[in-house]
Design a protein around this ligand. Structure first.
Ligand code: CAA
Length: 390
């Protein structure tokens, strides 16, 4: 018997603060249209010090979990490339903060922005074998390149929580997929650096190449791109997926009508990312959420492709089918309110927050900068991080 498995719930957390890209452009002496059109970003999320990757992940997951989920979740898997500990996983903190059942396993996956997709695929495999159980996958990241760098307008922060179950209410995922690995230095972050190192132009070329590579082998892998209504992309900035589609069109290896259909359908999937920025592991799922909430004539049975990319580089192309009632399973009003609650920062306040660091050795009470209910990093005591729920 084939078990239908996939995304049953999606939770989003974005920090309370953002900066307008037009203001950032003016402060950097750049034409605002370079950021808003050339790169395709309007706002960039700015996390205060008390919203680290654990707090953001807990806030994203709390928004979707109920008591039954907590008892049924057998694994919590975190994808992140912003972790603060080489040993203890973000997932282990989450297990406690979310009050998950004690026999649940918790671990973290790292492969740049691809990590959460590896977690998602592993979660689906697990649930296919145990359809009465669930897995929580959380993508949580803070994208940092540095003040005044070319990467600065492509920063952002946020977390996406995905509850994986049998008979999912949102998107059933197909078991076929195609992955591609190419060991490169397009974007990476050595352990001694708190900002990413990036070969910007090369990174955009490698992304496009990886997309063309997986598309070239999609059919042999059992995927059916001709049936996909659209492809949603990992979006480090909203122009990136468009560049990938243009590159595919230039190759001439895929039917031009198909690419034109995806190009025409591209924009709605970028709307949330345009307001938040790059959230690394969660960006693909932010695009998915954007597409599902912004396109009114989507229907159950519509099939979608998803392109996941993690620098370094690993890519995966996979697909899913929208389920009956998917709209009701997405809390559109809550999503809208979550984005509208945010407050704009002046450039100097963003720069001050960006430059704040947690002390490495001293015990430290973290200022409660998030002026809202939810989880925050409260203090560091004996090198241990402690969280608090307001
Ligand atoms: N009005 C409109 N457009 C303008 C403009 C203006 N006044 N001025 C410039 N532009 C356009 C340029 O023509 C260019 O468009 P195209 O790419 O379509 O040619 C675009 O704005 C960007 O300008 P530049 O080419 O001058 O690029 P830049 O030096 O400012 O850097 C970047 C852009 C490489 C993306 C840089 O922001 C960066 O390094 N970002 C981080 C790396 C990144 O996100 N890479 C993406 C692939 S890697 C990945 O996906 C993993 C991940 O999450 C990081």
């Amino acid at each position: 018997m084939t078990v239908t498995v996939g995304i049953d719930k999606i939770g989003l957390y974005v920090p309370q603060y953002y900066i307008e890209m037009t203001e950032l452009a003016q402060a950097r002496g750049v034409e605002p249209s370079k950021y808003t059109i050339g790169i395709g970003q309007d706002k960039m999320a700015v996390p205060p010090l008390d919203q680290d990757v654990v707090a953001m992940a807990a806030n994203a997951a709390t928004s979707i979990l109920d008591e039954q989920d907590r008892l049924a979740i057998d694994q919590v898997i975190v994808g992140t490339e912003s972790a603060f500990d080489y040993s203890k996983s973000v997932a282990s903190y989450l297990h406690e903060l979310l009050a998950l059942q004690p026999y649940c396993k918790a671990y973290e996956i790292k492969q740049a922005c691809y990590g959460a997709t590896a977690g998602l695929q592993s979660a689906c495999d697990y649930v296919r074998l145990r359809p009465d159980r669930k897995v929580l996958v959380v993508a949580t990241d803070i994208a940092r390149y540095g003040l005044g760098t070319p990467g600065e307008p492509t920063q952002g922060a946020g977390a996406v929580a995905l509850l994986i179950s049998a008979n999912p209410r949102i998107l059933a995922l197909d078991s076929q997929s195609i992955s591609y690995t190419d060991n490169q230095f397009d974007f990476w972050r050595p352990s001694y650096s708190d900002v990413a190192l990036v070969d910007g132009k090369f990174s955009t070329e490698l992304y496009q190449d990886c997309f063309c590579q997986v598309m070239a082998s999609a059919k042999q892998a059992g995927l059916s791109p001709e049936n996909w209504r659209n492809v949603v992309f990992h979006l480090p900035f909203t122009k990136m997926g468009k560049k990938a589609l243009d590159a595919l069109a230039q190759k001439g290896s895929v039917d031009a009508d198909l690419i034109e259909r995806w190009q025409a359908a591209y924009e709605p999937a970028t709307r949330l990312g345009r307001q938040v920025g790059n959230i690394y592991t969660g960006s693909l799922y932010l695009s998915l959420l954007s597409y599902l909430t912004e396109v009114e004539d989507l229907a159950a049975g519509d099939s979608l492709g998803l392109f996941s990319y993690g620098s370094g580089a690993v890519a995966e192309l996979f697909s899913g089918t929208l389920q009956e009632g998917f709209r009701e399973a997405l809390d559109l009003a809550a999503l809208k309110a979550h984005l509208e609650r945010r407050q704009a920062l002046a450039v100097q306040d963003y720069e001050r927050i960006f430059s704040q660091r947690l002390p490495q050795e001293a015990d430290y009470q973290v200022a409660h900068q998030s002026q809202e209910a939810g989880f925050v990093l409260d203090k560091i005591d004996g090198h241990r991080r402690y969280y608090r729920q307001y």
